[in-house]
Design a protein around this ligand. Structure first.
Ligand code: UDP
Length: 322
């Protein structure tokens, strides 16, 4: 198959491209590099089945030739990114999804939307099944991401119902692993970089809020299975093992051998208090569940960030902190 991936230079987009190429497909990748990085796709540029265009997917999108799949992964995805890029976040979720769906319709291609557990907001139901409608503050600072993803889901279902486009919606929960940006502000990358630099870990709030962390390879397996399945309604993909942020901090300190401890900072507005995917449907429909536990996944990610920091030091980038 010939498959388009928007946001191909991002954390998830680049891992997805690797997987699609490994399965023997051709990949056309788009990215405007506002949060993605050329480093994430530098290894792919020599692959004759990979084509890259630097492009803003909120603009009209045309790709010559056949396309069998359109996977829409473009978007700022970290809270600090979408707080700094609120308009771009809204545009890529709305206009970008519209353009990507239009292209899928024109080509008769299957479409997959990278949606998010943020559609559940600060959930009043725990864990969150796909049937839960969520608890989102539309006008709060996180609303730019949450509502963009909610609109993107609504648009995807409208294209399915009205135009008959073959669509899939992945609700992706917290995912971590190699190729996260060291400065993307998310808790796993922050804690690992802070520990490796022997700085205290910044816990926002009292650390009792929970998240459930999925290693990137597990997530990509779930995405691939969803893409090749018949499921049209949204599907949760994430690791149901739930940790408080304090527990995560303890584990990162232990695995990195750091004694720098933690420091407490204010909790960002509308920060969800709990989050845990109910993946019963993914288990049943895809025969999928995450394989790697947090300890093993963190070790792999710590190895990756150690390499990044060493590289930066040898390039003379100094000791910028997370
Ligand atoms: N967090 C934290 N310290 C950090 C970064 C994040 O305590 O340095 C908290 C954040 O307030 C949230 C959780 O960790 O409760 C997960 O944050 P992240 O930005 O990774 O993703 P979110 O799930 O909020 O989108």
């Amino acid at each position: 198959m010939r498959i388009l991936v928007t946001g191909v230079a991002g954390f998830l987009g680049s891992h997805l491209a690797d997987r699609l190429l490994a399965e023997g497909h051709q990949v056309v990748g788009l990215d405007n590099f506002i949060t993605g990085s050329p480093d994430n796709i530098s290894d792919l540029l020599g692959n004759e089945r990979f084509t890259f265009y630097r492009y803003d997917v909120t603009e009209f999108m045309y790709v010559a030739g056949d396309l069998h799949g359109v996977l829409h992964f473009a978007s700022p995805a970290s809270p600090i990114d979408y707080l700094q890029l609120p308009i771009q976040t809204l545009k890529v979720g709305s206009l970008g999804t519209h353009k990507a769906l239009g292209l899928a319709k024109a080509k008769g291609a299957r479409f997959l939307l990278a949606s998010s557990s943020e559609v559940y907001g600060d959930p009043a139901m725990h864990p969150q099944p796909e049937s839960y409608w969520g608890n989102v503050n539309p006008v709060g600072p996180r609303g730019v991401y949450d509502e963009a993803k909610r609109f993107a889901e609504a648009l995807t279902m409208a294209y399915h119902r009205y135009h008959g486009v073959d669509t899939r919606i992945a609700r992706i929960f917290n995912t971590y692993g190699p190729r996260m940006r060291r400065d993307d502000g998310r808790v796993v990358s922050n804690f690992i970089v802070q520990s490796l630099q022997r700085n205290p870990l910044t816990i926002f709030g009292d650390g009792s809020q929970t998240r459930s962390f999925c290693y990137v390879d597990d997530l990509i397996e779930g995405i691939y299975r969803l893409f090749t399945s018949d499921r049209v309604e949204p599907l949760n993909l994430g690791n149901p093992s739930e940790y408080t942020i304090s527990e995560l901090a303890e584990l990162v300190l232990e695995l990195t051998g750091s004694t720098a401890g933690v420091e407490y900072q204010p909790l960002p507005q509308d920060d969800p208090k709990v989050r845990q995917p109910d993946i019963s449907l993914a288990r049943q429909l895809l025969g999928w569940e995450p394989q790697l536990d947090l300890r093993a996944g963190l070790k792999a990610t710590i190895g990756y960030f150690s390499g990044v920091l060493e590289n930066d030091a040898s390039r003379g980038k100094g000791q910028a902190t997370a």
